[in-house]
Design a protein. Structure first.
Length: 385
């Protein structure tokens, strides 16, 4: 920001004697805090008090937020103490920013004390509070605490937003809890959690060749701003929607346009595309995408390989699917019940119950329990023999 220009305007405010209102003080304070100029912000607070204008909750909250973002959470709490000494009670917004500050400073051991203090003052956590808690615990790898906050939130009737679900899913992926992550990402790609999701409908119902991808990207950027969502989250949701609608080539074209906007495809992007191309029978393209993600340093997980194995099985390449399955351990990826069921079902459908039974025995040896789907496929195959 232009701090010199702002300070010049500030001098005009003082020269005109507009010092009875807190608004210009709070505005200047906010600007300085956003620029990380905390010494200058403190000077504005001193000047405010010197001129007889009493700080309010917004003043102290702005200053505290500035210190939190600067990594000085201790000073942020001192501001809160001063605020309370002047009989101004901290708001839920104040507590939310302090929670964020504690996680940023990795002082999360005191988060529970702050939450207890909130409750003692009659303040209930809101969606922002839970979002901060979930993001903080996920970042620290404490998924159990993150889930605790998540279930507490939903138990109170608060609906998780796309950012919260994305945060938990990312944490689950990092810990290898793939099935749970996929369950949450499925909610996102179903658009159950996307604010104002109707704005995306035209993209899924139209022929992308007839649309200007640059205008679509502009619209998506605007949707991200209005929804307060990261651009990449919105881009991934739209790509997932196109793939789910069977418009995988359109999804590819959309990505080409979004790359010019600085879009960086991640594991979820590639996993979505690989699922889409595999389901559409375009298995070779799906493998090309796998190779592309490897070149970018992204590591395919079991969900990605399950999509490839499923695509190969559906296209009749069961032997190639088995070869890929046998190479999974070399890639550091362990097959799960979905992997086994996909192959068992494929062998059952081709009448090769012998290979299907071998796979069932192998999954038990490897510690993966057969599911109802496993036995249903086998029983159905034997009934048809």
């Amino acid at each position: 920001g232009d701090s010199e220009g702002a300070l010049m305007l500030w001098k005009h405010v003082l020269a005109r004697g507009l010092t009875n209102s807190r608004i210009p003080f709070n505005t200047m304070l906010n600007g300085l805090c956003k620029m990380g100029k905390m010494i200058e912000a403190e000077e504005i607070l001193d000047k405010m008090q010197e001129l007889g204008c009493s700080p309010d909750g917004i003043t102290y909250r702005t200053l505290s937020d500035g210190y939190c973002k600067a990594g000085n959470v201790e000073q942020a709490f001192k501001v809160k103490d001063v605020m309370e000494s002047e009989a101004i009670s901290p708001s839920i917004e104040m507590y939310n920013l302090l929670i964020n500050g504690l996680f940023k400073a990795r002082k999360f051991s005191t988060v529970s004390d702050l939450l207890a203090e909130m409750h003692s003052r009659g303040l209930s956590p809101n969606i922002v509070t839970y979002g901060a808690l979930i993001a903080g615990w996920c970042k620290e790898g404490m998924l159990d605490k993150a889930f605790g906050a998540y279930f507490e939130m939903t138990g109170k009737g608060l609906v998780p937003n796309i950012i919260i679900c994305s945060t938990i899913a990312s944490g689950l992926y990092r810990l290898g809890r793939i099935d749970e992550a996929n369950m949450l990402l499925q909610k996102i790609s179903d658009f159950d959690l996307v604010p104002d999701h109707k704005c995306f409908e035209k993209f899924f119902k139209s022929d992308m060749k007839q649309l200007d991808t640059r205008k679509i990207a502009d619209s998506l950027d605007e949707s991200a701003r209005s929804s307060l969502l990261p651009n990449n989250v919105v881009y991934n949701v739209v790509i997932a929607g196109l793939c789910k609608s069977g418009k995988v080539d359109d999804a590819r074209r959309m990505i080409s346009a979004l790359l010019l906007r600085g879009f960086v495809p991640d594991n979820f992007t590639y996993c979505t595309l690989i699922h889409g191309f595999s389901a559409a029978g375009k298995v070779n393209e799906a493998f090309n995408l796998r190779d592309e993600m490897l070149k970018k340093g992204l590591i395919p997980n079991i969900a990605t390989y399950n999509a490839l194995i499923n695509g190969l099985c559906k296209s009749g390449n069961v032997d190639r699917a088995l070869k890929l399955f046998n190479k999974l351990h070399l890639k550091g990826v362990a097959p799960n019940v979905i992997t086994y069921n996909t192959l068992i079902d494929a062998y059952c459908k081709t009448g090769n119950t012998g290979e299907a039974l071998k796979l069932k025995d192998k999954m038990i040896e490897e510690g993966t329990a057969p599911s109802v789907v496993t036995y249903s496929a086998l029983i159905d195959a034997f009934c048809k023999q």
